[in-house]
Design a protein around this ligand. Structure first.
Ligand code: APR
Length: 273
């Protein structure tokens, strides 16, 4: 399909803005993982478009009957396509491009709304998963996190070995507060940013959607949207790249390499060729 001329021009402007900035961060959404085969939530083919968005009582219902919640989770098969996609998905060129930008010191931090673990699988290190990570189990009391394999599920509900609190999946449910440690990290990163890439998100779920505006209010940050479609933040963005992230982000890496006159790879190591 290839990128349009306007998308290429917008990517060149993005590269210049990122190299001129002091502290660049990214806010990622489900669109980042669309090219990994994971359905988005809204828009055509979205999970909430298909099933309707979960109601805000999910977390309350968990607290009222944690055993029942775990039994339904372990025996149920809600949204089978999401479960299968999560288990099968691999990082796509968009995820790998973010790792190259991080290795090159151009991208300082990524806040992702995605629970699919694909940024970590690609190698992102400076990352906050504001809606959690589906491979982890979290204590609702002390916020300790455990690998799924660490937690025996013969007794339901599982209880925290550190504080005796209730354990649930790390994925943040509708109606559940964002865990305080990760919320604080996201707000700190937004407050440091003077350039924010807004990648594949409809930008309508808070507090994640408020983060770019924190950067703009505090630092007059340049907001840059990479998304095939308009979003709630399009009007606030100085640069808009109307393209899929899996195609646009590798081109962004190339544009930055050109601007830096890098014949080496982005991480400063001479290319093999
Ligand atoms: N590349 C980039 N963006 C894409 C692509 C792609 N290949 N395909 C789709 N998109 C865009 C869509 O245009 C849309 O703007 O991805 C966005 C997906 O929006 P949503 O489905 O609303 O996903 P997201 O913004 O991440 O939702 C936020 O809502 O339900 C909660 O917890 C859930 O984390 C999720 C949050």
């Amino acid at each position: 399909m290839g990128l349009s001329d306007s998308a290429r021009a917008a990517l060149d402007a993005t590269a210049r803005a990122m190299l001129a900035a002091r502290y660049v961060t990214a806010l990622a959404g489900a669109g980042m993982s669309a090219e990994s085969g994971i359905p988005t939530f809204r828009g055509p083919g979205g999970l909430w478009t298909k099933y309707g968005a979960p109601d805000n009582r999910g977390y309350q219902q968990f607290l009222e009957d944690p055993r029942g919640w775990w039994e339904r989770r372990l025996n149920g098969n809600q949204m089978p396509e999401m479960r299968e996609a999560l288990d099968r998905a691999q990082p796509n060129p968009g995820h790998h491009a973010l790792v190259e930008l991080e290795d090159a010191g151009v991208l300082r931090h990524t806040v992702t709304q995605n629970v699919d673990n694909l940024h970590r699988a690609a190698g992102s290190r400076s990352i906050s998963e504001i809606h959690g990570n589906h491979t982890l189990i979290r204590c609702v009391a002390c916020v300790s996190r455990f690998e799924r394999e660490e937690i025996p599920l013969d007794e339901l509900p599982p209880m925290c070995s550190r504080c005796g609190g209730l354990l649930k999946t790390d994925t943040v449910m509708f109606g559940e507060p964002i865990p305080p440690d990760v919320l604080r990290a996201c707000q700190t990163e937004a407050a440091r940013s003077d350039c924010v890439l807004i990648l594949g998100t409809s930008a309508i779920v808070y507090p994640a959607a408020a983060l770019p505006d924190v950067a703009r209010r505090l630092n007059d940050a340049t907001l840059i949207e990479i998304n095939p479609n308009e979003t709630a933040l399009t009007d606030a963005c100085s640069i808009v790249v109307r393209a899929p992230t899996g195609e646009a982000l590798p081109e962004l890496v190339a544009a930055i390499r050109r601007l830096r006159g890098d014949t080496r790879s982005m991480a400063g190591v001479p290319d093999a060729t």
